[in-house]
Design a protein around this ligand. Sequence first.
Ligand code: NAD
Length: 352
Amino acid sequence: MTRPFTFPGLTTRVVFGHGTLAQVPDEVARLGHTRALVLCTPHQQAEAQALADRLGTKAAGIFAGATMHTPTDVTDQAIAAFHAAKADCVVSLGGGSTTGLGKAIAVRTGTDQVVVPTTYAGSEMTDILGETASGEKTTRRDPAIRPEVVVYDVDLTLTLPLGLTVTSALNAIAHAMEGFYAPDRHPVTEALSRNAMVAFRDALPALAKDAQDKEARAKALYAAWGCSLTLGHVTMALHHKLAHVLGGSFGLPHAETHAVLLPHTTAYNEPAVGDLLKPIADTFGGTAGAGLWHFAKSVGAPLRLADLGFKETDLDRAAEIATKNPYANPRPVSRDGIRQLLQQAHDGHCPD
Ligand code: NAD
């Protein structure tokens, strides 16, 4: 019997293709705006300048200060730049860090956002914002955070280094993985997540051989869209909680941490969810957890938290923090169970 569900509807307009950066000026105009502040990291200033050139008179300027974890003092600087430039919307060109800055500006000023994602992290389709103030990261959900328009230009992902390509894709797969057993999942996220698994499975080995393979890049970005949409429409559980703890309290890098944890969090929940993770097992072979571990290994992903700088002596503290406040998860979360999961992820063994 078809499971009952609630489909919340989709509010973000999506433009996908090669060379779609050329459409950003029309998308800004379509929203009724005439002065866009372009956001980027210092690393992607040249791409942001090229976009500002395309925007011509519709460009209000560039703010190139986006950085990891969306520190609120950077947001304050960006908002000052936004007002000084008399901007009436933002265009965020980059990965999750730049998208995060655009969201932080939007939720404070009510401005519209056009996002041009250049990684697979998947912040662009979500109503989620993580911010840091005084060294503490907090995350919230609010409809005002969700971008109005996302322009996916496959060509912009050709420069994504192979290491980040792989870890960013596994970061995206983690959204789909938790989406398969989310209590508020619905047929749209299920279908897109299934398609995304197959697309990533086919794209990543091809990109490991040739990072400039345009067809594989298109498949990977299409998959990232599906995973981002899933993240943005359902509730996440243990995997995202652990990634948040390791990033927030131990300073581990975002995409790499998701990549290492993914097979272990999948294996932890797999026995508790019936056949809900079967799309992953079917796609990658074996059980879902082991299948993901072997796939990650085959495409050169990091496999050990130890290699990301996580110390074995911190395992107890991490397990303590991760189990301090209760949260919904298909399998009960015990301190010992999480300690064991983290030990496996620390050592990098296949979870089977
Ligand atoms: P990132 O945005 O920090 O990018 C990493 C580096 O790669 C940056 O220097 C960036 O300029 C560079 N880069 C990005 N795209 C590139 C390209 N195509 N070619 C060359 N260099 C490129 O990394 P990320 O993994 O995309 O994002 C991580 C952040 O996003 C974290 O802070 C995370 O919490 C957040 N995030 C938020 C959500 C959400 O829904 N709120 C979802 C996923 C990630």
